[in-house]
Design a protein around this ligand. Sequence first.
Ligand code: CU
Length: 159
Amino acid sequence: MLRKWLWLLPLVLLMSGCTGTGQSEGRVEVRDAWSRPVQQMAMGQDGESEIEMGTPGVIFATIVNRGDTTDRLLRVETAVAERAEIHRTAFDANGVAKMMPQPEGVEVPASETVPFEPGGYHVMLMELQRALKVGDSFEATFVFEKAGPVTVTVEVRDQ
Ligand SMILES: [Cu+2]
């Protein structure tokens, strides 16, 4: 009897929506997250210690959807930046790179891998709160429509 088990369905759906945290469990994984070093420029003015960050930071990673439904990366959150934006680098007819914000996020089809890599998708870290040095690491949470939040450690390295 199918009807006998129908009451379980909402429970199963609820549970599957909560398994997104952690790297090894859940249907969507964020692998090999890394960032590039960014120097901090400190500017003192009238005794006030003002820190201004000239360059935005960046996060690259590999997103793997091991589930059988399409998911979507909605946003990324991290304490090292005032805000994190999802961008895609596209090249125009003259080969000039342009960064295209992806306000709708990025679709991650079932059983597929979406690379965030130089020259493609990336997470731009606007208004960095601190310098990022090679060997540093920080946490970032990738929030998916279905899988929910996936928090990973991002390593700062040269490439
Ligand atoms: Cu960008």
